[in-house]
Design a protein around this ligand. Structure first.
Ligand SMILES: *Cc1c(COP(=O)(O)O)cnc(C)c1O
Length: 324
């Protein structure tokens, strides 16, 4: 990563122009029941309705649209089996760029199939004996591919910030903006947008209680690395914030909070039964926090990003089946 020029709001503006007409401008939804629970006015930005079912398409498309003709001809590689892989695979297909996705050999068949369906090449590795990053970088070197990581990249951060920019444009001033937090691409991009568009708006990231490296890093003022956390929020099982995302979060974010897995399950059930929305566990992080009905939000206008909806249906039923 070349740390020459920090990511700025102008990059979010440029990203919006690049993804216009390609990414979906997702709806902002409200619910009186949600407001009653939260004691606040909540505005849900529905990124589970984005292409590939998560906001990750925004950053992926923004990054690939900036490739030089030579980079385009050679192709892109990423090592991720989650929503970022789908985002890269679809963006690459739309732009006519060959994509290689490095995935563990025990990755769920549905994910492998979806990725293959977008025309990407899937390279499998054994997650117990091989290091995916080392393998990915070696492959990329041999084949001249450009590596696009899931969060620690300027174009990814700028692209992820476009969801918050759309939300704020639609709702007008908000008292707070709450987003899920994994490696910090979404949170740092959202903070850039909020600081520019809504100066008085507090920005809060929410991560799984089992993996609170973000909160610890934020408080310590230095990146804290943890073991892969055990949580149902599989999109936020990151071990550390990034070298690019952390300084932005530290400078522009007001707080980082955590929620437990059982709160995520209750939020999933709430969205399905009350709002007819399928939101994956990680996608519920920010909402689960807001739905607690906390004092700091009482009577205020709060933007909440629902970040994704990719959860296997059987798994969804298994998780939510026992909630009331
Ligand atoms: C990737 C992802 C996140 C976390 O995003 P970061 O940019 O890594 O912080 C949150 N929710 C969903 C659905 C995701 O796919």
């Amino acid at each position: 990563m070349t740390p020459e020029k920090p990511v700025a709001y102008e990059d979010v503006v440029a990203a919006r122009a690049r993804i216009r007409g390609v990414a979906i401008r997702t709806p902002v939804m409200t619910s009186r029941t949600a407001d009653a629970r939260a004691g606040a006015s909540l505005f849900f930005k529905c990124e589970q309705l984005q292409r590939v079912g998560a906001f990750k398409f925004r950053g992926a498309y923004n990054a690939l649209a900036r490739f030089t003709p030579e980079q385009r001809a050679r192709g892109v590689l990423t090592f991720s089996s989650g929503n970022h892989a789908q985002g890269i695979a679809l963006a690459a297909q739309l732009l006519g760029i060959p994509a290689t996705i490095v995935m563990p050999s025990d990755a769920p068949a549905v994910k492998v199939e979806a990725t293959l369906g977008y025309g990407a090449e899937v390279v499998r590795y054994d997650r117990y004996t091989e290091d995916r990053e080392a393998l990915g970088r070696r492959l990329a070197g041999e084949r001249g591919l450009t590596v696009i990581p899931p969060y620690d990249h300027a174009d990814i951060i700028a692209g992820q910030g476009t969801a918050a920019a759309e939300l704020l444009e639609e709702t007008g001033p908000l008292d707070a903006l709450v987003t899920p937090l994994g490696g910090g691409g979404l949170l740092s991009g959202s903070a850039l947008a909020a600081r520019a568009l809504a100066p008085g708006c507090a920005v809060i990231g929410v991560e799984p209680a089992a993996g609170d490296d973000g909160r610890r890093s934020f408080r310590a003022g230095a990146i804290v690395r943890i073991d892969t956390p055990n949580t149902i929020a599989d999109g936020a099982q990151t071990q550390a914030l990034g070298a690019l995302t952390f300084p932005i979060i530290r400078a522009l974010v007001d707080d980082i909070e955590t929620v437990a897995d059982d709160e995520l399950v209750r939020a999933m059930a709430f969205f399905a039964s009350r709002m007819k929305l399928v939101v994956e566990p990680t996608g519920c992080l920010a909402a689960a926090y807001a739905l607690r009905g906390i004092d700091r939000f009482r009577g205020k206008r709060i933007g909440v990003i629902l970040s994704g909806g990719n959860v296997d249906l059987a798994r969804f039923c298994e998780l939510t089946g026992s909630t009331r």
